[in-house]
Write a protein that binds this ligand. Structure first.
Ligand code: EPZ
Length: 416
């Protein structure tokens, strides 16, 4: 089990590059199922989750070609519209093949993803939407089995804002007969990136980025080439690492677009943030001011940045309140941060963080992707050495982490 050894106390300075967005790449790769023609994606991040999804697609019959940061998928032959439990259990976002498979093949058997460390993660809204579009859906023996000769356009209203739910239903609606309207749709930038690619493939979509998305079904879609948007959460994570260490960094291949809520909060901590065309620069003060946050769907403060802000509040001046409103169990990093000396009190979905002078290095355990990122940030600023165990969580969402951190001056290395 790989571990990460970090020697804390180094200000991050210099420049590194941001990769393509994991949470845009995952739905985009699934969109290739909607057409018989090849689809090429560039700026594809080299992440374990991407590798898992490409394996899942190829066992369905999709031809996968990978070269540097580009991936070409050819789904002309789909002879096995099944997503088996063995593969889905390691990567929940596999549920994103459900909508495209039903739309393209008229049938799909997809293992229920099951929960993860941060919550139960049900997919009832995905199922409800497909049923409203005429699919017969049975959930049996741990699988979602959906069948329909052709989906019909419908008016869909999701009970809560769901990112992959919106993405699944938007993809399914592209080949449905008639118009589909998704109300209460997710407005995340990754939904917009997916819509832009689908439109380039010939889909007729309007309203992506708002809470009402209209999709007029077409007979078939064509291939295209699409560049994946930069990873806004990776960007925010490195900005937090620089903020916590009193650093001065520049991130290229990205921008502050889609990060307004995060940049606002970083400026409230006393950081200077400068946005360039495709780069972002942050200069941190010697000591941060604590800042309270409340997570909510885009464009509000993203839940995927909550753990990172708990880490920076742990060493800031003053106290901060952190409210997590999206997932029911997304404070797993708090107990690990306490091992490093953080003063955090949890009460339901609220955490009160009292900044301390300094954290002490220790051995801690990663529990989920963003919790791991928060432990990395804490380790960078803690006194002495921090060892983070189970960093396979990190490898799911942060490409070449040690390399990028070392480029910024961090003293970090992987222990086999
Ligand atoms: C996406 O997950 C992201 N993953 C998550 O990022 C992100 O935290 C989340 O959106 C919220 O922004 C990908 O895009 C691959 P939801 P998703 O459906 O779509 C409940 C990361 O760290 N819900 O928007 O699974 C759900 O339980 C990951 O990169 C239902 O009840 O999240 C949650 O409480 C973690 N029924 C809330 O809605 C449903 O059918 C929002 O979930 C669907 C969702």
């Amino acid at each position: 089990m790989d571990k990460l050894l970090i020697e804390g106390g180094v200000r991050l300075t210099g420049e590194t590059v941001i990769s393509g967005a994991k949470n845009a790449a995952l739905p985009l790769l699934c969109a290739a199922l909607l057409t018989r023609e090849p689809v090429t994606f560039t700026n594809v991040p080299r992440l374990n989750d991407i590798g898992t999804l490409l394996k899942l697609l190829s066992q369905m019959g999709v031809k996968v070609e990978r070269d540097a940061d580009s991936v070409t998928l050819d789904a002309s032959v789909l002879d096995n519209p099944v997503a088996p439990y063995e593969m889905v259990k390691t990567m929940r976002a596999s549920i994103l093949v459900l909508g495209p498979l039903v739309a393209r093949c008229g049938e799909a058997r997809v293992s229920l993803p099951g929960g993860c460390a941060i919550g139960a993660r049900p997919v009832d809204q995905h199922i409800k939407g497909l049923q409203a579009m005429g699919a017969e859906v049975a959930v049996e023996h741990g699988y979602v089995h959906a069948k329909v000769p052709r989906l019909k356009g419908a008016r869909l209203f999701t009970d809560m804002v769901t990112v992959t739910g919106t993405e699944n239903l938007m993809m399914a609606a592209c080949l449905a007969d008639g118009e589909t309207v998704i109300e209460n749709a997710a407005r995340e930038p990754e939904v917009v990136d997916l819509a832009n690619c689908l439109v380039a493939m010939g889909a007729r979509i309007s309203g992506a980025g708002t809470d009402v998305i209209r999709i007029r079904g077409v007979e078939r879609l064509s291939g295209t080439t699409h560049r994946i948007m930069p990873d806004r959460i990776e960007t925010g994570t490195y900005l937090c690492a620089a903020a916590a260490t009193g650093g001065d960094i520049r991130l290229t291949g990205t921008s502050s677009a889609y990060l307004d809520a995060v940049v606002d909060k970083l400026m409230d901590t006393g950081c200077e943030v400068v946005t360039e065309r495709d780069a972002i620069r942050l200069k941190a003060p010697a000591r941060l001011t604590a800042v309270s946050i409340r997570t909510a769907p885009y464009p509000a403060f993203p839940t995927d940045m909550q753990a990172q802000f708990m880490a920076i509040n742990a060493v800031a001046t003053g106290a901060a309140m952190i409210r997590e409103t999206i997932f029911e169990n997304r404070f797993m990093h708090a107990v690990e941060l306490q091992r490093l000396g953080a003063d955090i009190r949890i009460d339901g979905n609220t955490a009160v963080v009292q900044g301390v002078e300094r954290l002490q290095g220790a051995t801690v355990m990663a529990t989920d992707l963003r919790a791991s990122a928060s432990l990395v940030i804490a380790g960078l600023v803690a006194e002495g050495e921090t060892v983070i165990e189970r960093i396979y969580h990190l490898d799911r969402g942060y490409e070449r982490l040690e390399e990028k951190l070392s480029a910024l001056g961090a003293r970090v290395r992987r222990l086999a």
